[in-house]
Write a protein that binds this ligand. Structure first.
Ligand code: GDP
Ligand code: MG
Length: 180
């Protein structure tokens, strides 16, 4: 009698960074619960949320760490980055200052993570471009900066859900392939 082995399960730690207000907590909430709540704020005291996805017959468990209001430059501790497999660095496509700050965030990330950690640059709030033409950061500039740091790049909307799943699945695939 044949017994199907249980799928291998793999856990990856993914940390979120980026200026306050860019939508990190909303993005995590969208990805984990498929919801957007404009008055939502991350629960204080919860370090991370967990979301499982199935990819090529394997269960991938993503442990998603939110900064929970410690976004002031350099207030993120090295402990936060410890053993991170991936980093999501987020800015707001409608607020140029959040993009300018990306380089500062990269400095903090580089001090905190081990070499080889996957980096994804994410521009959030694309719904505001479609509805109100409020783009302040060009796609081209996002792409260029990501390429400079060997990062993947996505523009997303936590509000509409556009590209949120694709972004996280792409990261999961990169992490999975690194370990295969
Ligand atoms: P955080 O400080 O990076 O965690 O950002 P939040 O998730 O708390 O979001 C900050 C503000 O931006 C809140 O008012 C959210 O409702 C809003 N927001 C987050 N994501 C989006 C988005 O994709 N589109 C729009 N229009 N607003 C968003
Ligand atoms: Mg937050």
């Amino acid at each position: 009698e044949e017994v199907t082995p249980p799928p291998r399960q793999r856990l990856f730690k993914v940390v979120f960074v980026g200026d306050s207000g860019v939508g990190k907590s909303s993005f995590i909430h969208r990805f984990c619960n498929d919801q957007f709540n404009p008055t939502f704020s991350a629960t204080i005291g919860v370090d991370f949320q967990v979301k499982s996805i199935v990819m090529e017959g394997q269960v991938i468990v993503l442990q998603l760490w939110d900064t929970a209001g410690q976004e002031r430059f350099r207030s993120i501790t090295k402990q936060y980055f410890r053993k991170a497999d991936g980093v999501i660095l987020m800015y707001d496509v409608t607020t140029e200052a959040t993009f300018t700050n990306v380089r500062n965030w990269i400095t903090s990330i580089q001090e905190g993570v081990e070499e080889g950690t996957a980096l994804v640059l994410v521009g959030n709030k694309t719904d505001l471009i479609e509805e109100q033409d409020r783009r302040a950061v060009k796609v081209k500039d996002g792409n260029k900066l990501a390429a400079e740091y060997d990062a993947s790049f996505f523009e997303v909307s936590a509000k509409s859900g556009t590209k949120v799943k694709e972004c996280m699945e792409s990261l999961a695939r990169i992490l999975k392939e690194k370990e295969d």
